[in-house]
Design a protein around this ligand. Structure first.
Ligand code: ZN
Length: 62
């Protein structure tokens, strides 16, 4: 017996998805997704980007 609602638990909704630091787009199941992490004030920070271009744009803005 197949529960048709079970798929909902497997998909990442836009509410739960990280958003790109550069363009603000929700990153859902993107193969080009980039994540960088660093430590700031003793806490691990992370930034998500939809692709390498957005990651480089963000670096250039710092
Ligand atoms: Zn982006």
């Amino acid at each position: 017996m197949v529960d048709p609602t079970s798929d909902l638990d497997e998909d990442v909704s836009e509410d739960d998805a990280p958003t790109c630091r550069t363009c603000g787009e929700p990153i859902v199941d993107s193969p080009n997704h980039r994540v960088i992490t660093w430590v700031e004030d003793g806490q691990v920070q992370s930034a998500h980007f939809c692709d390498e271009d957005c990651r480089l744009d963000w670096d250039g803005a710092q």
